[in-house]
Design a protein around this ligand. Structure first.
Ligand code: SF4
Ligand code: SF4
Length: 172
């Protein structure tokens, strides 16, 4: 169970991304307080799980397609801590990762200095070409005007964003 400071931090991040999306008009669909994964296992592919020696962009032995996690009650801490922003209600329904092929979070990256209220938006592509789908490209285009966006595919990492923010990262 997460502590109150952890919860406050998560709530602040969610407010931050929600605020950004609202400002940009990117979240034009209905948003909710929280959602159910409903059989999606996209983050289970995208994320590395040190406790299981699972590399990013690989299948987890516990993932059950269409069902979810086969060891949900005892899943590792890394899995419990992952904060997918779709499931938190910050994106339109159509961005459900199982459908869109892209998982998004606003976790703190391992490198780079970011303010807590200006963390980058990280997108991980779990289906080839999903980042190039028209609605996803349009969404990225809008967000990157204000915020650093990190795009991961299974074999690449790209940073986009306002030039001054990218320059600041280079000198970190
Ligand atoms: S990517 Fe999001 S919606 Fe899909 S399983 Fe992970 S937390 Fe749930
Ligand atoms: S242990 Fe469960 S939650 Fe964690 S990556 Fe595997 S299937 Fe997903």
């Amino acid at each position: 169970m997460s502590s109150n400071p952890d919860r406050r931090k998560k709530a602040k991040r969610l407010r931050s991304v929600q605020g950004t999306l609202d400002v940009l008009g990117a979240a034009s669909g209905k948003t909710t307080a929280s959602r159910s994964c409903n059989g999606c296992t996209a983050c289970c592919v995208a994320m590395g799980v040190a406790e299981l020696d699972k590399q990013p962009f690989s299948a987890c032995r516990f993932a059950e397609d269409g069902q979810g996690c086969g060891c949900y009650e005892t899943r590792p801490e890394s899995c419990r801590n992952y904060q997918c922003i779709w499931v938190q209600g910050a994106l339109p329904d159509a961005f459900w990762p199982k459908l869109s092929g892209v998982v998004m979070d606003m976790g703190r990256p391992r490198s780079g200095t970011f303010r807590e209220d200006d963390l980058p938006l990280t997108l991980r592509e779990v289906r080839d070409g999903a980042l190039d789908a028209a609605p996803m490209k349009a969404f990225i285009e809008k967000v990157k005007r204000k915020r650093v966006v990190i795009l991961f595919t299974k074999d690449s990492r790209r940073l986009l964003g306002p030039p001054e923010k990218l320059r600041a990262l280079e000198t970190d």
